[in-house]
Design a protein. Sequence first.
Length: 164
Amino acid sequence: MFELKTLSEEAIPAALEKAERYRLLNEPGEAESICLDVLKIAPENQPAMITLLLAASDRLSKGYGVSDTQAKEILGRLSGDYERAYYSGILVERRAKMKLAQGGHGGTWAYGLFREAMECFEKAEAIRPPGNDDALLRWNTCARIIAKNNLVPREEERSEPWLE
């Protein structure tokens, strides 16, 4: 095996810019690699953790498996309650979109995942910083996708009529 080279601390801002650029170019593997290099020397770097989470979830649209264990570990290391709630919602929303794109039985799971994402976004919205409506925008996106695709809860997710 090769011994990985260590990034200098001065290079972190430029490296994170490159990671974001790779994400935007739909190259999540490259973005992940850069974030791992940053986290090796700055283990609590919040922008690197967030970019790593987003890059990992970008892989969902490419059909790659994304480790829930890795995502939960990174989410737990985010410093703020808002960030944990918001990025949890992003991860679940992206998984829902993947299930919806699969069609068939995958589509039947999408509704529950979108609702789970919406609950995360509601938590984030309640504690969001002033002027930050990102969670509200994501909630609205999920609601529109549910409506546009006529998604309904699976039989197990529906409440019993006598409880309503």
